[in-house]
Design a protein around this ligand. Sequence first.
Ligand code: ADP
Ligand code: MG
Length: 702
Amino acid sequence: MKIQNNLTLSSSVQYLPGVGPKKAELLKKYLNIQTLEELLYFFPYKYIDKTRFYTIKEIYQQEAHVLLIGKIIDYQEIKSEKSERLIGRLLDKNYDIIELIWFNNYEWVQKKFPPGSLVVVSGKPTYFYLTMNFVHPEIELYDIFIKNYIPCLEPHYSLPEKLKNNNINSKFFRKIISYIFENLKTIDDPLPSYIIERNNLLPLYDALKLIHFPENLEQLKEAKKRLKFEELFYSQIPVIKAKIERESNNNGIVFLRNKDRIVKIVYQNLGFKLTNAQIRALREIRQDLESGKQMNRLLQGDVGCGKTVVALFALLMAVDNGYQSCLMVPTEILAKQHYNNITNLCKGTNVRIALLTGSTREKEKREILFFLKEGLIDILIGTHALIEEKVEFSNLGLIVIDEQQRFGVAQRAKLWKKSNNNPHVLVMTATPIPRTLAMTLYGDLDLSIIDEMPPGKPKIITQHYPHSKRKQLFDFVKSKIKEGDQVFVVFPLIYESEVLDCIDIKNGIQLYQQYFPPEEYKILTIHGDLPTSEKDEVMLKFLNKEAHILMSTTVIEVGIDIPNATIIIIENAERFGLSQLHQLRGRVGRGKKTSYCFLVTPNNLSPESLKRIEVITSTTNGFVVAQKDLELRGPGDIAGLQQSGFLFNFKIAELSSDENFINLAKNEAIDFLRNYSLTDFPLLYNKIKPYIESFENWGKIG
Ligand code: ADP
Ligand code: MG
């Protein structure tokens, strides 16, 4: 086959030696790799440290993959009903011993490496109780290993089985990538050279080469620095650009505080004092509304911290200034609850409030739409129904969106279009987002945080119960039901193909009925597939105390207040993300009584799962939970944020730990946009284009 020598980044991988059409197709299908550039940007997920040999003492508490030289002492086979395993003991030159473990199909090991063999083992030490071991290590006879030994950090690529079965493995990647670097001698660097120089970054060519083939950790670090920086820089440009544009735009509606009239009346109606955090958030909102610039603010705070009141005062500021405002929430039932609360609080004022949801009757709806257009409604509360074509405001001045993560971009954009003004925008979320994440994800939003709970909130006790202690748990739950309390039980959404260790809602009902017989206990169920109206019906029944127990999948995550429910049992809690568990826990503790969150899991949990359960049982602070979630599982798993688009496709930047790089990239992006135009940097523009295309511009009006 003729090999193409004039390689460029946009060359197809198909023409690399050893690839061909079939493998090229597979690379495209499974990894979305078609060009050399895409291949080079497919980074190793780990490196095996083959720069030197370690001793057992040195690898203690070391996280990296390492090489060990030692002699096999002996083997022991352990067979049980569940598994078979082989444990080999390896002795190093200091007479320290480590265990090597293989599960099933390990006959070859003893044959190839009989006791007495001098071997080289590579792997990552794991800890089982107090002993350290290597599970399924790579192993080779020392004599053979040393012949081919080149000290390096050996790159390994995360590949689906389908590819490995077609001989597309890490070795294959190493081969074709090193071919590229032998034949491609330069790469044009899209980053402006002044940025590279003043931040001491590697040129792109060097960075890409060293990310795949670092000789030592120092080089790897430098390569990562450059690639993390560029990724963050590219992604920050559209965010910062939107913010600069919004801030330079002086056509925001001005709400004046000396017009406060209704605000003052409602404040009297409140019956409680605002917390300091609520006052601070209101002050920040107030400053925006007075500034002459369009507000684009995210109000963040744990479930129950009192965001609604803050939102209400913002809505009333609009009313006092003669503007209409609206509050959009994700569920019908929540809309009703807000409508009732707000109507109550506005007693004694002449504020005209309307509720518009999917189930509003036709006639009433026509009236609402008419009044709205005529400017005879001040505050419109509702669900998605608010963004239907027919809904027209006369002078919309403020939009508040509750639980914003529940709405898609398209839906938000529609609401924006409902105004000829530049309405202020306040989005609220109970999913606390760690600072680093907020900085990138919501870079163009200003952030207010309510980090304080209203006084008099009941305590929520969180406990972990393995299956084996279920009876004990249920006895306690029964005693609480006797006192008149109600109970949520939540199951993860389970599909049949998944592991057997999980209880789904169907089996769960049977299990619960054994302990809670139907003659004595009424159980309601609710799951995601039910139509909204039925879901709401069930929730209302539960609110009216028509059942003791409500069993559900996670649909109750964002739900109405059921103050009488003091217990939430989360089945297979190990299957939920931390933030999701935290969110669910927020369903209780809404009344006056001490409440309980019980996390039920299988008896045996992996150390990672245990760690996560421990996070939840040890703190009720949503920000701590979110930070841990980010550290343990990465940003894609934070509840509700999955749909937030491009910022989760970072290839190399780590939002949990790269705060410094984020700051650096952000500052450079600000500086760049102040001084240059993207159009003068075509290469850079090409890199940034995909980010611009997928950027959700929150403040943008249609
Ligand atoms: P969330 O932030 O989850 O939306 P809510 O706004 O629903 O929280 O408030 C939760 C409950 O706390 C409501 O019943 C509300 O009336 C009450 N609340 C809010 N602020 C205060 C406060 N400063 N003092 C006492 N109770 C408050
Ligand atoms: Mg709320």
